[in-house]
Design a protein around this ligand. Structure first.
Ligand code: ATP
Length: 246
């Protein structure tokens, strides 16, 4: 990693009651970096993101900008400009696209930062399709549009670190490509990205660095282009199934 570290985890562990799901992880996301965590179902990828966001209790060290955070909470992480787009997107179906976006900017508004119009213009520039559908109820959007809205809503909070949980899940290949192009363009907006994906090929193609998570532990990590050529990664994650998925 050549940039300044933004997020650092050391001996980071997460348990569900007595069962530890994520074991003693070390992970870094540098400023302006796109880092991906790949791995099979149940490896602990969502658990990891949810714990970083403060949705689950964790142990070990979590630092943002070099500053240790003893007990991450969602409010605290939002205030520190960290955002999460959860796997289930969690949009408000009975609300319009525009209202969902405004809610994403609410914490900023409450802090007195009244730049929601400018933020929304930025989001519409990135996702012109959302602007066309700004009055539409979000429940009636297509899967790809919902994913775009979920990312757009998170961007309304102007995060420095955006965590994405399987943004390609359930999307058609062409839309997957569109979503990954957008992930790549987030870097130019000054947003660092921690991307959890089962679509290993597409994730490694867009990322700078990657971690392979297996049974709650880091099995392998390195530059994304090196992982794309790693025999073990190819055999396990980029085989025929991986190609199809990509
Ligand atoms: P997927 O790609 O299928 O979402 P994942 O890598 O994100 O998988 P997690 O959902 O983080 O994996 O799950 C990691 C482990 O923690 C699994 O063994 C899962 O059964 C367990 N787990 C997840 N949520 C809970 C929960 N609420 N209570 C108890 N165990 C859980």
């Amino acid at each position: 990693m050549s940039t300044k570290p933004l997020l650092e985890l050391e001996s980071f562990a997460v348990s569900y009651g007595p069962v530890e799901a994520v074991h003693q992880i070390a992970l870094t996301v540098g400023e302006g970096e796109i880092v991906t965590v790949i791995g099979p179902n149940g490896a602990g990828k969502s658990t990891l993101l949810n714990a970083i966001m403060g949705l689950l209790p964790s142990s070990g060290e979590l630092r943002l900008d070099g500053q240790g955070i003893a007990r991450p909470t969602v409010e605290g992480m939002v205030a520190r400009e960290v955002g999460l787009v959860p796997e289930k997107r969690e949009l408000f179906g009975e609300m319009s696209v525009e209202d969902n976006l405004l809610l994403g900017g609410f914490a900023r508004w409450r802090r007195g930062q009244r730049d929601q119009k400018a933020r929304m213009a930025e989001v519409f520039k990135l996702f012109p399709r959302l602007e066309e559908r700004r009055a539409q109820l979000s429940a009636t959007l297509s899967g790809g549009e919902r994913q775009m809205l979920a990312i757009g809503r998170a961007l309304m909070a102007r995060p420095r670190l955006l965590m994405l949980d399987e943004p390609s899940l359930g999307l058609a290949p062409l839309i997957v490509r569109e979503v990954f192009n957008i992930v790549a363009s987030l870097r130019n907006m000054g947003v660092s990205v921690l991307l959890v994906e089962q679509n290993a090929r597409a994730a490694l193609q867009v990322a700078d660095r990657g971690y392979v998570l297996e049974m709650g532990a880091v099995a392998l990590s390195g530059q994304a282009r090196d992982l794309l050529h790693d025999r073990r990664v190819i055999e396990t994650y980029l085989g025929v199934g991986g190609k199809k998925a990509a």
